[in-house]
Design a protein around this ligand. Structure first.
Ligand SMILES: [Zn+2]
Length: 358
């Protein structure tokens, strides 16, 4: 069966790795900023045109050096983070994010952001997370798309912040926060710097995922970071894990322990870390029984959608309907929601005409 564009747009979806502040539609960023009088940094002037120009994606642009990754790519989070520094802005951004995921036919998603960037006097880590959860829940009630929250640590922070973010995440683990994450530059700030934070999560039985094997840096560093994430941070999931298919020892461990792999093929292509989606060896990972699923990562920055990611991956590997089903089932099976919610997700996929067990 040939899977056409229409299929990828219409098929019910689940993804586990998307950054809220890397995913908001431009019209929502503009609407929320105008409604609350929020100044959007990095723009030459506060106009909708300037905002659209700022996020207009050159299809050939790559963030493939550390300088461009940090200086250009990470800088693009400035305007969206500005929205999340007020309670109403945070809440409305979260709801807009769910609406956008629902429009793209998501049944389920796990979104993430680093609350440390939104904190200011009178708006604590706990306040930030609380507003995000209220916004996600409002989106769920409106659209039926269930979106759980992963709390990221921006890994360049000091120990005190790292521990405080982990502790705040555990305080909401029964109210929508499903995991702790470590994001940003893995070359400069390796996972072992955050062992303390991950110990807090482990002791509280909060799930753990780590951006590892992503950054445009030496392969040995990426491999070492994947290993440290699994061994010292006791990660239940890895974001990206680009070199995994070529690392038999780590691969065996990932299969044995049911570690989920949040693969973001178009993100890796756009950051220039890979030149071809086939470098990820997703066919090998699926054959080995890895719980690998597909995600967008930062669709706002890359000008991509979940349909684009699924279609590009299927095109690269010659994947068909059953592979799409497997990748989607992997996402739901390894979702960090509870088992009752998972059962409802299986039912919802069936109700929408795409049963995950065929
Ligand atoms: Zn990411």
């Amino acid at each position: 069966m040939f899977l056409d564009r229409r299929f990828f747009e219409d098929v019910p979806k689940a993804q586990l790795h998307i950054h809220m502040d890397g995913a908001l539609p431009v019209e929502d960023i503009w609407a929320i900023s105008q409604k609350h009088g929020i100044n959007l940094p990095k723009l030459p002037e506060q106009t909708r045109e300037a905002l659209e120009a700022y996020y207009r994606v050159d299809p050939d642009e790559r963030f493939d050096t550390v300088e461009r990754f940090v200086g250009v790519f990470l800088a693009k989070f400035g305007p969206t983070i500005a929205l999340t520094k007020t309670p109403a802005g945070m809440r409305e951004a979260a709801t807009a994010h769910v609406r956008d995921l629902a429009r793209q036919k998501h049944v389920y998603a796990e979104t993430r952001f680093a609350p440390q960037y939104s904190v200011k006097k009178g708006f604590s880590l706990q306040d930030v997370i609380q507003e995000a959860l209220l916004g996600l829940n409002a989106g769920y009630l409106e659209t039926g798309t269930l979106v759980k929250l992963i709390i990221s640590i921006g890994r360049e922070c000091d120990q005190e912040t790292s521990l405080a973010v982990a502790k705040a995440a555990t305080e909401f683990q029964h109210n929508g926060v499903v995991a702790l994450d470590l994001a940003c530059s893995e070359e400069e700030f390796p996972p072992e710097l955050h062992i303390g934070a991950y110990r807090i999560a482990t002791e509280a039985r909060l799930k753990r995922t780590v951006h590892a094997g992503e950054f445009p840096c030496d392969r040995d560093i990426r491999v070492k970071n994947m290993r440290t994430a699994l061994t010292d941070l006791r990660a239940n999931g890895l974001g990206h894990a680009i070199p995994l298919a070529g690392e038999d020892e780590i691969l065996a461990r990932v299969v044995r322990d049911g570690i989920r792999i949040e693969s973001c093929p178009l993100s890796n292509l756009k950051t220039g870390t890979i030149k071809d989606i086939r470098e990820l060896g997703l066919d090998k990972l699926l054959r080995a029984g890895v719980r690998v699923s597909l995600s967008t990562d930062d669709p706002l920055m890359f000008g991509t959608s979940m349909a684009d990611v699924m279609q590009a991956t299927c095109d690269a590997y010659g994947f068909g309907l059953e592979d799409v089903r497997t990748l989607t089932r992997n996402a739901v099976q390894s979702a960090f929601c509870n088992d009752e919610e998972r059962t409802r997700l299986y039912y919802e996929f069936m109700r929408r005409g795409f049963p995950l067990f065929a």
